[in-house]
Write a protein that binds this ligand. Structure first.
Ligand SMILES: Cc1cc2nc3c(=O)[nH]c(=O)nc-3n(C[C@H](O)[C@H](O)[C@H](O)COP(=O)(O)O)c2cc1C
Length: 159
């Protein structure tokens, strides 16, 4: 017989969906930090934990980033962005480090969904990787961009 925790985890995985429109309500900072604190339990090759994040709350920065993707509407609607990067100094294998980042990103999406937040994994913005890093004031040689995750309270009227 399956445990209650098992059923809850399987349900959380099945119920996560990409959410692309959000309400004006800003998620609490503690909740975003709790989600990240959980996500970093993701596996990584050699346990090198090569991921780094930038959490974007600023409307001004969000606006600038929205101009770097054709999914600008999702970025503008989101109340928080988590930019996921790899620290080149911590990397040991291109494919495996990106797989680790993928595991971490999935953890963020699942944790967000389980906590009632909507999220969407944006990959298309990688086409403008250097401009994203420049916008965030990051050394382009030091980091590889993996994804931008949009977050917010789901706007149910968008369904
Ligand atoms: C690597 C990757 C890149 C993605 N890039 C985008 C993106 O740029 N824009 C977007 O709207 N969704 C993006 N998605 C979300 C997918 O479109 C979505 O996960 C897929 O359609 C399945 O829908 P679901 O997440 O609701 O199950 C991306 C997902 C992954 C895994």
């Amino acid at each position: 017989m399956k445990s209650e925790a098992c059923e809850l985890i399987l349900k959380a995985i099945r119920e996560r969906r990409s959410i692309r429109r959000y309400t004006d309500e800003v998620p609490p900072r503690e909740l975003i930090l709790k989600i990240l604190d959980t996500a970093i339990w993701a596996p990584s090759g050699l346990n090198n934990q090569p991921w780094r994040f930038v959490i974007v709350w600023s409307e001004e920065v969000k606006e600038k980033l929205s101009k770097l993707t054709k999914y600008s509407g999702i970025v503008k609607s989101a109340k928080v962005l988590i930019v996921v990067l790899l620290d080149r100094a911590k990397m040991y294998h291109q494919i495996k480090d990106h797989q680790s980042a993928g595991a971490l990103i999935q953890n963020i999406l699942l944790s967000a969904s389980a906590c009632g937040l909507g999220s969407c994994w944006l990959g298309e913005i990688l086409n403008r990787e250097d401009e994203v890093k420049e916008t965030l004031g990051l050394d382009p040689k030091a980091y590889e961009l993996c994804a931008v995750i949009t977050l917010g309270n789901p706007d149910d009227s968008s369904k």
